[in-house]
Design a binder for this molecule. Structure first.
Ligand SMILES: Cc1cc2nc3c(=O)[nH]c(=O)nc-3n(C[C@H](O)[C@H](O)[C@H](O)COP(=O)(O)OP(=O)(O)OC[C@H]3O[C@@H](n4cnc5c(N)ncnc54)[C@H](O)[C@@H]3O)c2cc1C
Length: 461
């Protein structure tokens, strides 16, 4: 078969939409969340079903096209797309089926976090996931997934019970504790290296109304807040998810105009329980701190806190980020943070410290591919700006900030907070003792490295 014949046969066999550079919708279809990334695939296949995923993998592999796999398109370095190759876009494969009896949900790989939260909230249930509702559940889950519920219920991967997967040879398998358990182990943190997941089954937990919201102080108090926060977290109830941020107040509603553009230290809180219990849980910390500039905590449905930041971070802005796992936060590290937080190049740029503790620590490093369970925080430094001309300054700021705090960190980083310019060594440091097993499983499930547009684990020699 010639290349054209193979392409035509693929097109005839494909039930979803195929978008090529000649189509009017091409520029919209190739857009990613990070406006800094401008990739031009040869074809975007918006799969309608598993048969489409199989056809796409077989076509791409047999014809030597690089293949990218896209869920929500939120990946920082844009690993959900590829220049001059085939994008297997799963965004149309949505649908969530909640089983209230077993407290589980079967979730289509095209779902966003918001899709999942919306469906499970009706049952008073949820599973841990990140803090922006437009993020794809697929990419987030496969590399870990941390959020407000993680202290109590673990990472998103800790709640992954089963996955339907199309492998590099085009065959379909289910990975669970009973079937292909080695594959399930690898999918629990090893990223998109092992196949295309078409649906996930998650454990859910009772989560309904929460007491949540931001509390922000003048950044001049940040040293005290960081010191108290690092002590407080060790004994805080696990129902309380609370991350710390160094950033600026945006110069827009709903923020009070008198603090627009000011530097703040933020505690973003979510207590899974009543206002009374949440207030009690936070009292030891808040009682030892000065009066904040704002305290917007209130009782709200869980999906409301999950989408609270959506409007501030719309698709298409410039993002450059660096991450690290952090075990301790010595005073010297706090000094380095404060020095660089003083130099944020834009109103949106930020540093966040997300807790990695509680239930996450009660699972051993070798129980899942996700290896950094002795960290206390997952840190991200993100340079963010709507203006493409700011791409250079925000990246330089994030790198310089990271250089200053990295010596106090653990060496590895959350793969979902990596760009694609940090080298293989970073991934090896992140997976640590699990790297060898992952490379063996890569050799078993994808020996030719068909799935290499990702934070790539190469097949063992
Ligand atoms: C604003 C923002 C906030 C964030 N907050 C958090 C947070 O609070 N917690 C957190 O844990 N993470 C967070 N993240 C990181 C997020 O988890 C990653 O960006 C993740 O990669 C997004 O997944 P996606 O499906 O949208 O990405 P995509 O770009 O669609 O895919 C990313 C990669 O995932 C793999 N992949 C995607 N779908 C599949 C599939 N079905 N089968 C196999 N491989 C697949 C592929 O390797 C692909 O290259 C945040 C990201 C952003 C941009």
């Amino acid at each position: 078969m010639t290349d054209n014949q193979a392409l035509n046969a693929f097109k005839q066999n494909f039930r979803g939409d195929l978008v090529s550079p000649a189509d009017s919708g091409y520029d919209e279809a190739r857009k990613l969340y990070n406006g800094m990334i401008d990739k031009r695939p040869r074809l975007i296949g918006r799969c309608a079903d598993i048969a489409d995923v199989m056809a796409a993998i077989n076509f791409g592999r047999d014809n030597g096209w690089p293949i990218a796999v896209r869920g929500g398109g939120h990946n920082g370095p844009g690993l959900g797309s590829v220049d001059d190759g085939l994008v297997i876009d799963l965004s149309a494969m949505k649908g969530v089926r909640v089983d209230p009896e077993s407290r589980t949900a079967r979730v289509g790989a095209g779902c966003t976090q918001g899709d999942l939260d919306h469906a499970t909230h009706a049952f008073g249930l949820a599973t841990p996931a990140g803090i922006i509702s437009t993020t794809g559940i697929a990419g987030l889950t496969l590399s870990g997934g941390h959020g407000y519920l993680s202290r109590k219920y673990g990472l998103t991967v800790d709640n992954l019970l089963e996955a339907d997967v199309v492998l590099a040879d085009g065959t379909f398998v289910t990975a669970s504790k009973e079937k292909n358990s080695d594959l399930l182990w690898a999918l629990r943190g090893g990223g998109g290296n092992f196949g295309v997941v078409t649906s996930f089954k998650f454990q859910l937990h009772p989560v309904g109304m929460v007491f949540a919201g931001p509390i922000a102080w003048d950044q001049k108090h940040a040293r005290t807040i960081m010191q108290r926060y690092r002590e407080f977290l060790q004994q805080a109830p696990e129902e309380l998810g609370v991350f710390l941020g160094l950033k600026k107040v945006l110069s827009s509603a709903p923020f009070p105009q008198e603090i627009w553009g000011k530097r703040i230290c933020l505690l973003m809180c979510c207590y899974n329980g009543s206002e009374e219990e949440g207030t009690k849980a936070l009292a030891p910390l808040l009682g030892s701190l000065p009066e904040p500039w704002l305290n917007w905590m209130g009782v709200m449905p869980y999906p409301a806190v999950q989408s609270m930041f959506d409007g501030l971070y719309p698709k298409g802005m410039q993002w450059y980020w660096r991450g690290d796992f952090v075990k301790t936060l010595p005073d010297q590290a706090i000094d380095a943070h404060l020095e660089h937080a003083e130099k944020t190049p834009s109103e949106l740029s930020l540093m966040h410290l997300y807790p990695i503790d509680g239930k996450v620590h009660r699972i051993r490093n070798d129980e899942t591919a996700w290896n950094c369970r002795d960290a206390t925080w997952s840190m991200v430094i993100a340079g963010i700006d709507p203006n493409p001309q700011q791409a250079g300054p925000i990246a330089r700021w994030a790198k310089a900030y990271w250089d200053a705090v990295h010596p106090y960190d653990l060496g590895g980083a959350y793969p979902n907070f990596m760009m694609d310019d940090e080298g293989d060594g970073r991934l090896r440091a992140t997976f640590g003792e699990n790297y060898g097993r992952l490379a063996e499983l890569k050799k078993k499930y994808d020996p030719a490295n068909v799935f290499r547009v990702n934070q790539n684990i190469r097949p063992a020699a």
